[in-house]
Design a protein around this ligand. Structure first.
Ligand SMILES: [Zn+2]
Length: 110
């Protein structure tokens, strides 16, 4: 068995498990009984494991396609879709998201 995905969110891991199973890839979740993790220790997070090593390339492909097209796995804030351009503050020139009414830095009106 090989661990292919780990996340604090049991629902997300369970979703991926059902997805891989629907593709005919035998897999199981480790640490599933620790569904409520109060302390954010990655070692205790639910982990999705693949039973057969030969299924890994296919499983990784499914996961990577999800990460590109589905925001459920998009946990990296730097990868969040940019809807509007940042605008520079007229008072201190700091860049602000376009939906901000006041500058995050100097609180001046944008
Ligand atoms: Zn400012």
């Amino acid at each position: 068995m090989v661990e292919i995905y780990r996340d604090r969110d049991t629902v997300k891991v369970g979703y991926l498990k059902s997805l891989l199973e629907s593709e005919g890839i035998p897999c199981f979740i480790k640490n599933d009984n620790l569904s409520i993790v109060e302390v954010p220790i990655p070692a205790f997070y639910p982990a999705l494991n693949i039973v057969n090593v030969e299924d890994i390339p296919k499983a990784r492909k499914i996961l990577s396609e999800l990460q590109e097209g589905d925001s459920i796995l998009n946990t990296d804030p730097n990868k969040a879709p940019v809807t509007e351009e940042d605008i520079p503050c007229p008072h201190c020139t700091e860049e602000n998201p376009a939906n901000f009414g006041n500058c995050w830095s100097c609180c001046g009106e944008l």
